[in-house]
Every structure is written in C-alpha cells, then in structure tokens.
Write a protein of this length. Sequence first.
Lengths: 109, 112
Amino acid sequence: EADIYQTPRYLVIGTGKKITLECSQTMGHDKMYWYQQDPGMELHLIHYSYGVNSTEKGDLSSESTVSRIRTEHFPLTLESARPSHTSQYLCASSGGEQYFGPGTRLTVT
Amino acid sequence: GQQLNQSPQSMFIQEGEDVSMNCTSSSIFNTWLWYKQEPGEGPVLLIALYKAGELTSNGRLTAQFGITRKDSFLNISASIPSDVGIYFCAGQLVRSQGNLIFGKGTKLSVKP
C-alpha cells in the first residue's frame, strides 16, 4: 500500500482565485509527478520532479507551476484559476513503480 | 510523442466471464504496469512486469510482458461486479528516466 496523500480531495473555487493543491508522500521517493485527467479519460503528465529543486514540464502544457523544496512534498499552484482548469489532478511518486494519490477534483466556476 | 494502443476501449460482460485486454506499441519497453481506477479515485497498481515473457498473477488477474517487449496483456478470470472500473496499461521506455506512457484505458462493466 502506497502512502501518498493529496489535499483537498474536492475544491470548488471562483475564477481568478489562486489555489495550491497539496501532495505528500512518506516513502522517501525521489521521483514525483502531477497528472491531469478528465473523468474517465486518459492521464496527461503536466509536471514531474526527479528530486529536491528539480522540476520539469510534462507532455501536456499547463498554466500551473510546481515546487520541490522537500523530498516528501510536491505542491501544484494555479495563480489565477479559470473554468478551463476544471479537472481531476493526480499526484504520483515512484521509487521504481509509480503509485498514485487519491486525486483532487477541481471545479472552477 | 510515444503512444500505447490499448484495446478494447470498453467491455460489457456478464458476471463470471473472463476478460482480456491488451496494449501494443511500436516502441520497446523495459517495464509494463497495469492499474485499475474507480470513479473519483486515483489509479491503483495491480501488476508490474519487468522481463520479456514474464507472466505474473495477482488473484484472478494475470498479466504478461510480451516477448517482443512491445506489448502486454491483462486477463481477469471469473469477473465479479467489483471488477468494474477503468484499467490502464503503462509502459516505461528503454533508456527513459522512469516516466511512464499510459494507454487510454479499458472501461469494464460487469452485469450481475
């Protein structure tokens, strides 16, 4: 069982607000990932990190930003939320195999 | 970019039936993973495969790493209603740094 946590699980927020989605893992994994997924659809990699102070953009362009100041923590920030950002955001970590958190369902009104 | 072709896209089966799904690619992989995702949750790792020809079981689930290293198969025997969900394959390319390429998923529905 993987120990990877995401908060909040659900977030409804108005256009223009700044939001931060939290992701933490207790496994000491160096590699962490953020995916964006519309319900029932494929996963799109938007950010990844191979360790502290390392962040890279993924295959899908995203207006979000990430930081990796501590190994266990990989937050994702949207400076100004828009309705087009409505989606599910999944965090994952890997020490070999990739394990996912439960996701944050974001709705921007 | 690299793509995985996962099929079928969806399946509607009767409880008790066996299920087969597969992923293929034109690229060579050194790892294949199979995940199950239920509504509102993150994908859960079911089976990991690391060697060409490897056959691995997890309860009623059996997965195989294709001998050509370009494909993988997942079988579910004697399906039950709780098997409902979306099944994703994922592969790690040879010489990649660990990022995965995901299939588009197979949505499984089971009629009691």
